[in-house]
Design a protein around this ligand. Structure first.
Ligand code: ABC
Ligand code: CA
Length: 474
């Protein structure tokens, strides 16, 4: 599927955690994240839990890298995350067979959902120093890789591109992506992978570690939407990559997002400023970028704060933004693991309970976003605006017909938002989709709201919800 077709999706990021999402027989084996071992999740397991994903309103799933990895134990455990490639032309048998992956793809398509696969071009993983080059396929000689040196100085772009990630225990041996044979092998590999498994989109790992001019041909060869991981906090640095692939994970916004909501009194205006920078510097504005609060590389948000109101406000953010909302599995079950590997809990240990407050928030947010898209044909190309609210601990995010009222006052606060220019019709009836409580705009279409318990509110005109059914309709 193309970038435009992806734009109105929510991705439920089962990525990484193919091993941690669902077992094929529905069993719940123990899974101690600190051991860094395979826990038993598979592609068949994901198929069995698609109702759970779809009931929350997601219509795309993003899975871990699928190729054959290092086998056995290393000083950092097993390759359960899938990022330690050994053979790009074989599948990771821990996750299933080619038929299982095809079955996942067709089960998703049968539901009108998309499959996104994570791919790694930058490196293959060794288990010794120097690595055993002959264990790699199809690049099996030392000259297929850049000479050994580990990335130390992230300000030196040549070093970032040509030295190795990892360390001497598990070196991430850096592929020579300057070599024209390697370039064409990689391009045809991604094209074959996409067509073999009817993949709809590709998440590209370690994008900033490969020269920029490698990417346009690679992205084009995939034939589908590409979203890249460029782990950096500056919009200026990251925006350059929006010129060479369809989109990026919006890391520059993630840093101030976490800072804004992890404590009361965090800086909301710094968050707004970064969004405005991204809107003007990314090639497609923020529209194509991946908007996320958590992923498998960062401590979970719920390891940073226990305040339920802060958590709910932060979780709301990706769904009321310009980008494609991406939710990392487990957040809805209040998982609170810290840094890798603790943030990679097995989801089956939660029991996949759907009758839970955060799960309901997610259903409402996905539902409201879909209703907004159908109510306003320009919704997906309307950039969010931040309206003045009269208080530093609140923020109003306007993307008509949606108006999200956020606060980082915390659960003991009584937030209020006073927005004279909210843009609604005079006295228009609105509903907060998170509670289904109704209110009315004032005679000038402004909104004045007194909240409680530090909760966010996501306002939509009642009329736009009626049209689509679903959220707050019964
Ligand atoms: C393994 C073990 C871990 C152990 C670690 C030492 O080794 O599993 O338990 O702690 C995969 C696995 C990991 C594994 C690694 C290495 O491989 O998932 O579990 O860790 O073996 C991608 C993926 C990621 C994946 C890989 C490798 C790459 O999303 O899951 O990891 O295929 C760099 C890369 C980035 C990469 C990330 C892990 O490392 O750029 O692509 N992610 C700075 C640098 C970043 C750097 C980051 C972390 O440090 O700028 O480039 O990311 O090392 C901000 C700054 C940032 C700064 C951050 C930390 O702070 O603005 O620039 O980032 O303030
Ligand atoms: Ca590289």
């Amino acid at each position: 599927a193309s970038a435009d077709q992806w734009r109105n999706r929510s991705i439920y990021q089962a990525r990484l955690l193919t091993d941690r999402f669902a077992t094929p027989d529905g069993s719940s084996p123990p899974c101690d994240t600190s051991q860094r071992q395979y826990c038993g999740g598979t592609w068949q397991g994901i198929v069995k839990k698609l109702d759970y994903v779809q009931n929350m309103g997601f219509d795309a799933v993003w899975i871990s890298p699928i190729v054959a990895n290092v086998e056995g134990n290393t000083s950092y455990g097993e390759a359960y995350h899938g990022y330690w490639t050994q053979n790009i032309n074989a599948l990771n048998s821990h996750f299933g067979t080619a038929d299982d992956l095809k079955a996942l793809s067709s089960a998703l398509h049968g539901r009108g959902m998309y499959l996104m696969v994570d791919v790694v071009v930058n490196h293959m993983a060794g288990t010794s120093d120097p690595p055993n080059f002959s264990a790699f396929q199809p690049f099996s000689s030392q000259s297929d890789f850049h000479p050994e040196c580990f990335v130390v100085n992230y300000d030196n772009q040549t070093e970032v591109e040509q030295c190795w990630l990892g360390d001497k225990n598990v070196p991430l041996v850096d592929v020579n992506t300057e070599d024209s044979n390697i370039v064409s092998t990689m391009n045809s590999w991604v094209s074959t992978l996409v067509s073999n498994f009817s993949v709809d989109g590709v998440r590209i790992d370690t994008v900033k570690h490969v020269r920029k001019d490698f990417w346009p041909e690679f992205a084009k060869s995939s034939g589908v939407f590409t979203i890249g991981e460029v782990l950096h906090n500056e919009t200026g640095y990251v925006s350059a990559y929006t010129q060479v692939i369809d989109s990026v994970l919006d890391y520059p916004t993630w840093f101030p997002l976490v800072a804004a909501f992890q404590t009361t009194g965090g800086n909301l205006s710094a968050l707004a400023t970064t969004v405005e920078q991204a809107q003007s510097s990314y090639k497609n504005g923020e529209f194509m970028s991946g908007s996320f609060l958590e992923n498998h590389d960062q401590p979970r948000f719920q390891s940073l704060t226990q305040d339920n109101a802060l958590i709910r406000n932060a979780m709301t953010w990706p769904f009321v933004q310009d980008g494609i909302p991406i939710m990392y599995y487990g957040q809805e079950q209040s998982y609170g693991g810290g840094a890798d590997p603790a943030n990679r809990e097995a989801l089956w240990l939660s029991g996949y309970v759907e009758d839970k407050p955060l799960v309901k928030d997610v259903q409402a947010l996905n539902g409201a976003r879909k209703a907004a898209i159908s109510a306003n044909s320009n919704y997906l190309t309307t950039a969010v605006k931040f309206l003045s609210t009269g208080s530093e601990s609140t923020m109003a995010v306007s993307k008509p017909p949606m108006l999200a009222l956020l606060t980082n006052g915390g659960s003991s606060s009584t937030p209020s938002w006073s927005i004279p220019n909210a843009g609604y019709q005079a006295n228009e009836e609105l509903v907060d989709v998170l509670t289904c409580n109704k209110l009315n705009a004032d005679g000038n279409g402004g909104v004045s709201v007194q909240g409680s318990g530090g909760s966010p509110q996501v306002l939509m005109p009642t009329s736009s919800l009626n049209k689509s059914g679903g959220v707050c309709s019964g």
